[in-house]
Design a protein around this ligand. Sequence first.
Ligand SMILES: [Mg+2]
Length: 315
Amino acid sequence: MKERQLIEKIRRLAAASQNRAVLRGIGDDCAILRPRAGHDLLVTTDFSIEDVHFRRKWHPAESVGHRCLARGLSDIAAMGGTPLACFLSLGLPDNLPRNWTENFFRGFQALARRFRVQLAGGDLSSAPAIVADIIVLGQVPSGRALLRSGARVGDRIYVTGALGHSAAVLKQLRNAKKIRAIPSNAHFFPQPRVDAGLWLQQRGLATAMIDLSDGLSVDLAHICQESGVSARIAAANLPVTKGADLLLALHGGEDYELLFTAPARSRLPRRIAGVPVTEIGVIQKRTNYSPAIEILGENGRVTALAQRGWEHFKQ
Ligand SMILES: [Mg+2]
């Protein structure tokens, strides 16, 4: 497919998910965006690179397109924002089968429609391997974005959903197991927790928030670092997905759940926007001697939790 034809096709697809903050989308030198009055603009950017973030033989093109946008939407969710628009720059090998790109956009646009995020621009180039660079923009009422730096001593720590699923699937794929990429499989089609993030932001319940992209041990350490605190979590309380284990739940990445803190007195419902919420630990004072995170094991012993995030496809 010629580049111009492809751009026309993308433009038609993009028209199916319009957002009123986009005054001008694809078709001019720049997109023009106007967030609602009294709102701050959120911007996030993420790479999806072949053989780093996905493998063509494991991940169908629809899943690659979905995951590409889901990564950005999950960051908007983690700030308590509403997604508005996205920009996608694609590098594609010349010998790529034509339907790969079409299927990529099918997966991408299905998710874009669900969250009314408009594809408002981007770039196309040939490249030695598939590279997708996504920028997602969102808005949040001024000064109300949920930051990593707001956790206070005594706050309780919560996660949405269940942990370890994505890493468990990756482990199986690595062991040459065939796994069908059905829409309900959250490794192939993770659901960004935009509604849960928005719910927390609107009620002012959370003090700090982050999305779980690198793994609980790494992402919780980011909150501790930015907030100047430490944390203690209890292994027995972690919502480990069926088929995963504690290590995958602690260190496996790409679950795209939300991790947040809230004052101990806050009453949180068991589910937020249809997603279960689990209390997993407490924020503590940080001293020179304390590790960022301690874990109370099921044997009753407290140990330091090492930060071992998911390193994508490195063995
Ligand atoms: Mg993030």
